[in-house]
Ligand binder design. Structure first.
Ligand code: 16G
Ligand code: ZN
Length: 544
């Protein structure tokens, strides 16, 4: 059949490594050592092209990155037409192609999928792709192109971009001919859209002093520099941003002792930190789709402002704007969290902000889908990945609203600006950073005041190696807060938790590592330690 030979040739050019391993397309796409990836990346090109043909020729994205992982790692994932993650049904097709062992199997697998999915190979297909700063990306781009050209797909190479920039481009391309184009289809268009929104949102604000951004020695550094060129550097709306860890010419420095993951998981400052007490810092991860803020108090005492903090800050500001604009009865705001969200943040959202909290299973796709069902859905994982979604209906209401006073008009203009400033396709470190800066400036908050909005409950997170983690099954509908299996294990956990003031704990199997994770929080720090000890004993008692 058409392209069968092409796929065969491409698989010869980029042969599958001789391994007994099965490759699996997971939540982060395929991710492993960069040198192992060429064949898989070629196959991702083949699948992305089919996906585009199946989606009526709409643009599909392919991003080559391993995010916060080590420099020698790499990864590849597909972006769907509206900038969202690849539809779950198709993950198994990616897995299927990646596991075809030789050129003949690759060609057969391709033909089988064409038939199975009823792909019309005569239809046009279009794929946008980009990569982060990893050296292995260059070879992977060649492999990707081989997969795309082998199947007659029109490809557009965007060079080096952040992951969220590629998501932006895909959505922008697929909305050009609609009444609401998402933005211009270019990297420049991304900066222009965000810069214009930033300027409007800062109209009545007072900038909050210097911010230093640790770019993890990754793609965020050059892209943030580009962004800054589009932002005012003088006057009352001037941005005052200093960039550190921007050594993209030293590939081995990527994410090394710096970046959002290093700061969040180690609860420590990055290399290159020289902050004085209360100076505002932020860290991006290696592909700039995550951000955390932090500062030191005298001591120094390290204070982290993670995804929970960004979610509460954003929800409180958007809630105020909706109220001030006179839109309170036209839309509800929900904050979507996972079981890892600190109990104090949940309480603060419900009791102080009086907003709805929804809890989902771990993983961006669960949070995103739940947030997308709300009028305004704010979601962040504690690790700093998140965004705010405004439903099409809500956007319409915001844009059609007739303000009845100058105060309402001012709030409405700021709210409209936020809908453009926020990257609604996926978590975006640059966009989220500008959002936080706008909010701090509008609320005239220092990091100290931001932190003081509520006090985190003491907590612990640990991993336990068990004989077989698939024995751990979460209770349906519990958002991973309860276990059904092993039988009666949840009763043991409950019996431990009730002994502690404001105690909460859960056990869930990891989706990315061969461990189960144990989380505990309580009113007192030493109670957390005791609770962890008792939970560990429960594992031992059950010989798990
Ligand atoms: C993946 C998820 C992340 C989640 C993590 C949990 C995406 C893009 N990424 O990295 O959201 O926090 O897994 O890992 O969905 P775990 O299951 O090992 O705890
Ligand atoms: Zn990332």
């Amino acid at each position: 059949g058409k392209y069968e030979k092409g796929v065969h040739n491409a698989a010869e050019q980029f042969p599958r490594p001789k391994t007994s391993k099965d490759y699996i397309y997971g939540t982060a796409g395929f991710r492993m050592k960069g040198e192992e990836l060429p064949y898989i990346t070629m196959q991702v090109g083949v699948l992305a092209g089919m996906r585009s043909r199946k989606c009526g020729g709409q643009v599909i994205g392919v991003m080559i990155t391993a995010s916060h992982n080590k420099a020698e790692d790499n990864g590849v994932k597909i972006v769907d037409p509206q900038g969202e993650m690849l539809e779950q049904e198709w993950e198994k097709h990616a897995t299927y192609l990646a596991n075809a062992v030789d050129p003949s199997e690759a060609a057969n697998a391709y033909m089988w999928l064409v038939k199975e999915l009823k792909v019309d190979q005569k239809k046009p297909g279009k794929v946008f792709f980009a990569r982060d700063t990893r050296p292995s990306g260059e070879t992977l781009v060649k492999a990707l192109k081989a997969g795309l050209s082998a199947t007659g797909i029109d490809a557009c190479d965007y060079g080096i971009l952040t992951t969220p920039q590629l998501h932006y481009l895909v959505k922008a391309a697929n909305t050009q001919d609609t009444s609401h184009p998402y933005g211009e289809v270019s990297e420049e268009g991304y900066y222009k859209k965000l810069a214009a929104a930033y300027k409007t949102a800062m109209d009545n604000a007072k900038p909050a002093g210097q911010l230093t951004v640790d770019c993890a020695n990754g793609v965020g550094a050059p892209k943030l520099k580009e962004m800054l060129k589009h932002l005012p550097s003088e006057g009352k709306r001037a941005v005052n941003i200093r960039i550190v860890n921007d050594k993209i010419d030293k590939p081995e420095a990527l994410n090394e002792k710096c970046g959002a993951d290093h700061v969040k998981s180690g609860q420590r400052v990055p290399d290159g930190f020289d902050g004085k007490p209360y100076e505002r810092w932020a860290s991006f991860d290696g592909d700039a789709d995550r951000i955390v803020y932090y500062f030191n108090e005298e001591g120094p005492v390290f204070r982290l402002l993670d995804g929970d903090r960004i979610a509460t800050l954003a929800a409180s500001f958007i809630g105020e704007l909706v109220h001030k604009a006179g839109l309170s009865d036209k839309m509800t705001i929900a904050v979507v969290q996972t079981a890892y969200a600190n109990g104090s943040s949940t309480k603060y959202i419900e009791q102080n902000l009086k907003l709805k909290v929804e809890c989902t299973a771990t993983g961006v796709k669960h949070l995103h889908h739940t947030a997308a069902r709300s009028d305004v859905g704010v979601y962040f994982e504690a690790n700093g990945h998140g965004t705010v979604l405004f439903s099409p209906q809500t956007l319409k209401r915001i844009h059609n609203h007739k303000p009845e006073s100058p105060a309402q008009l001012e709030a409405l203009d700021t709210l409209k600006a936020l809908t453009d400033l926020i990257n609604q396709t996926v978590g975006d470190a640059i966009s989220d950073m500008l959002l936080v800066e706008v909010i701090l400036a509008n609320k005239e908050y220092s990091v100290k005041e931001w932190l003081a909005t509520y006090t985190d409950m003491p907590n612990r997170l640990a991993k336990v190696r068990v004989a077989d983690r698939t024995m751990f099954v979460c209770r349906p509908g519990s958002a991973e807060r309860k276990l059904d299996e092993p039988k009666e294990f949840q009763d043991m956990i409950d019996a431990v938790v009730v002994k502690y003031k404001d105690g909460r704990a859960f056990v869930r199997p990891s989706g990315t590592e061969d461990v189960v994770r144990v989380y505990a929080e309580a009113a007192e720090s030493f109670d957390c330690d005791h609770m962890m000890l008792e939970l560990n004993q429960a594992f031992e008692a059950r010989k798990l």
